[in-house]
Design a protein around this ligand. Structure first.
Ligand code: HEM
Length: 398
């Protein structure tokens, strides 16, 4: 999951921002950079922002907004732009829970030297997973764990379940975790990963946060007893131990990989089904080609955030320590690929997604598995809504 963290920056009085306030007030009332995430068609709005308001202050939201491709890249590369507010390593709702403890150890949620050694081990681990082999394994697991039993109708609910289960279970299996022992284990692991991911949303209510804390505890216990004999985890633990890295940080980030694979990959596969259902897909286009296209044109992760650790000059503006920047990946995406190669939805710079190719392979395999079992994209596209979210565009089929 790619949590959108709530800004606690309170800098509405900043005189430097006054000129930019008009920009926000002029904005289309029906849309703002957060409601755009789940709007039926936010792309004309994003294109307008990327072209005419590439970096501005939205006074109503209390956020700076980066929408132009150059500005998005500048924010994500700036040394003072951090993934968490410097004084708040963990969202307040999660603090003091098992979910908060896990969250605080994630490389995704930390900057700085302390996390660099573990990151240096995790990146090559992910890079070494062959996307084609991952897709192949996903196809086999769809059969093996009976996620889509032939004797049961492929209802919308079941399809939602598959989107949130198959990519996570496949990644866990590729890591060597005993997840595919039976269908119940696979479904339980995926459900707990999804519950932990959901608890990180700023929209999470008290029950969701509590379920996330229980899920984090469950996942920690499961992992402690999992003892992978195959896959890359045993050598990760050995290398981490040799480098003096805390074993708990390794476990937390192992769970973190599954969490990263959860909502965003479900969204990528779901948005690909929608694209198929809406038609106008050239015949002969493979699910994999379509996934790559959807990652650019209807991206699952629409924005991320950065928090200023110091006063800085950013994108031509003076910004202050504590300010928050909403980085509109989906707006930059209207202009093309990042670096001319990777879709913006996978981020950019120090925290760019190391799972981009793997995620696209898993999304393609999930779409393929669903189509092979009779999923009907046109029917799905007629009855869906987007899950409430401030950063991810995840369809829920009804
Ligand atoms: C197998 C699936 C996936 C895995 C294992 C994975 C893993 C990760 C990890 C470990 C990070 C943190 C990197 C760091 O902080 O240095 C990350 C970041 C990120 N991932 Fe993924 N990811 C997956 C799927 C996806 C998908 C499907 C998307 C979107 C389409 C996505 C978008 C992102 C973005 C935008 C970031 C950076 C967030 C930021 O800079 O604030 N990921 N991913």
């Amino acid at each position: 999951m790619l949590p959108a963290t709530v800004s606690d920056a309170d800098d509405a009085d900043d005189a430097d921002d006054a000129d930019d306030a008009d920009d926000a007030d002029d904005a289309d009332d029906a849309l703002d950079p957060l409601s755009a995430v789940t709007h039926p068609d936010p792309y004309p709005y994003y294109r307008e922002l990327a072209t005419h308001r590439p970096f501005f202050r939205d006074q109503r939201l209390g956020l700076w907004v980066a929408a132009g491709a150059r500005e998005v890249a500048e924010v994500l590369s700036h040394p003072d732009c951090r993934v968490r507010p410097p004084a708040q390593r963990v969202p307040p709702a999660l603090a003091g829970t098992a979910a908060g403890d896990l969250f605080g150890r994630l490389i995704r949620m930390n900057d700085g030297a302390a996390h660099a050694p573990l990151k240096g081990l995790l990146m090559p681990l992910l890079a070494a997973i062959d996307p084609a082999a991952a897709a192949h394994r996903a196809a086999a697991l769809a059969e093996l764990i009976d996620l889509m039993a032939a004797d049961t109708a492929l209802s919308a609910e079941r399809i939602n379940g598959v989107l949130f289960t198959l990519p996570v279970v496949t990644l866990a299996d590729l890591l060597g975790l005993p997840v595919a022992v039976d269908c119940a284990t696979a479904v339980a692991v995926a459900a707990h990963v999804a519950a932990f991911a959901a608890a990180q949303s700023p929209l999470a209510d008290a029950n969701t946060v509590q379920a996330g804390a229980l899920a984090a505890q469950w996942l920690g216990n499961w992992l402690a007893n999992a003892e992978p004999a195959t896959g890359p985890l045993p050598s990760l633990h050995v290398a981490a131990h040799a480098a003096g890295i805390d074993a708990q940080a390794v476990s937390a980030n192992t769970i973190g990989l599954l969490v990263q694979a959860c909502e965003a990959t479900a969204a990528l596969a779901g948005n690909t089904l929608l694209r198929l259902g809406r038609g106008k897909v050239p015949s002969g286009t493979s699910p994999e080609e379509l996934v790559a296209e959807v990652a650019v044109s209807d991206p699952p992760v629409q924005n991320t955030r950065r928090f200023l650790a110091a006063d800085a000059h950013l994108c031509g503006h003076d910004v202050k320590a504590g300010d928050a920047v909403l980085v509109l990946l989906a707006a930059a995406s209207c202009i093309g690929l990042a670096d001319g190669k990777c879709p913006w939805t996978f981020g950019h710079g120090r925290h760019a997604c190391p799972g981009d190719r793997l995620a696209q392979a898993l999304a393609g395999a999930t779409v393929r598995a669903l189509l092979a079992r009779g999923a009907e994209p046109a029917a799905l596209a007629r009855a869906f809504r987007y899950r409430p979210s401030l950063n991810a565009r995840i369809p829920h089929f009804c």
